[in-house]
Design a protein around this ligand. Structure first.
Ligand code: G4F
Length: 332
């Protein structure tokens, strides 16, 4: 069996590649041209002799057709995207091009070249926006009312998947992923910005950490658990949509308090609010109900929240102590 992973250099992509290899699946991944070639593959460097990478871009149909012709995959995982919500608002046209038109390009290329293949789209809990949540949880039936260009781009591609599935009888599934983190997370996402910021303060490398809205709540899982769910979703006996989440919600403030406390500090002494990190419109509350995936796919997360936090602290601490440069002053 052969898989093609777009976005293989990203956080989930790298865990998914490892998981596919462990399941004896041949792994191909697409990478884009990047001006800083030295670091672009750092999450998959350890896999270079086990996977094959191809240059392609979701916004370039001919490159997608070429890679599908060359690899003829059985499974396609679309993880490629502009994945940062705030940057999506700063580059709205590109966000829609890559996250929506890119998905359309991939589905159309798949329809003509490998129509019997299966595809999983990385859909996002950002699609829910601030829709009313009756019992405190978002599930597959919760109304979707996005509050960001990124959320809108993901909702449109979610519907493209559903439409082509029913109109053209294709095996297309949506993995509706809630926030997921690890020590491989970019430091411009809030969890790793806090962990690397707090560690740098502890090691005397900086004094303050500047953040935006501390009140918003997120449902944070480990990305490795999300990657494992994606394989179960695509291997299921029918194409369907599944929420993948821990089921626990915490505020950014609670996350800050925990990380600084674990490092023997009080976040009030170091964290300052900078309005430039606020979103134009905030998604306030996420807590996912993944009972459908747990029941139908027998999926359960392996990592507890504290496992996740410990891994993030320990691996980043090791990196900083070994002089590995980590950008702890993220711009977003
Ligand atoms: O870590 P974040 O940037 O993640 P966000 O926006 O929830 O998006 C992530 O999860 C989505 C799934 O729900 C994915 F689709 C998406 O690709 C991505 O992985 O921000 C989390 C929260 C927000 O409420 C933000 O306003 O943290 C708040 N925050 C407060 N200060 C900050 C900061 N976020 C960032 N990035 N930087 C700050 O300084």
């Amino acid at each position: 069996m052969k898989a093609l992973v777009t976005g293989i250099t990203g956080q989930i992509g790298s865990y998914l590649a490892e998981h596919l290899i462990d399941n004896d699946i041949e792994v191909h991944g697409t990478i884009r041209r990047h001006s800083v070639v030295e670091t672009q593959n750092h999450r998959i460097d350890h896999l270079q002799d086990k996977i094959k990478t191809h240059y392609a871009d979701l916004t370039d149909v001919s490159s997608l057709e070429k890679v599908l012709e060359e690899t003829k995959p059985d499974l396609i995982f679309n993880l490629g995207a502009l994945s940062h919500v705030k940057i999506g608002g700063e580059q709205p046209n590109y966000c829609l091009q890559s996250n929506t038109i890119g998905v359309l390009n991939l589905i159309e290329a798949m329809k003509s070249i490998v129509p019997k293949a299966r595809m999983s789209q990385s859909s996002s809990s950002e699609m829910f926006g601030n829709s009313k949540v009756e019992n405190g949880y978002q599930n597959e039936d919760t109304p979707m009312n996005p509050v960001s260009v990124y959320g809108i781009s993901k909702l449109a591609s979610y519907h493209l998947m559903k439409h082509y599935r029913s109109a053209h009888n294709m095996f297309l599934c949506n993995s509706i992923c809630f926030n997921n983190e690890s020590s491989r997370r970019g430091t411009n996402f809030v969890t790793n910005k806090i962990v690397t910021g707090a560690l740098s303060i502890k090691l005397g490398l900086q004094d303050k950490l500047y953040l935006g809205n501390l009140k918003s709540r997120r449902d944070w899982s480990h990305s490795q658990d999300i990657a494992e769910a994606m394989l179960k979703i695509i291997k299921h006996d029918k194409p369907d949509d599944f929420v993948i989440a821990s089921g626990q919600t915490r505020s950014v403030q609670e996350f800050c308090h925990l990380i600084f406390s674990l490092l023997g500090m009080d976040y009030n002494d170091h964290v300052e609010i900078d309005p430039k990190f606020y979103r134009p419109e905030e998604l306030h509350y996420l807590q996912g109900d993944s009972s459908k995936a747990r029941k139908e796919l027998n999926w359960t997360p392996k990592f507890s929240f504290m496992d996740l936090v410990s891994e993030m602290i320990n691996n980043n601490k090791l990196a900083l102590e070994n002089g590995i440069t980590i950008n702890t002053k993220a711009l977003v």
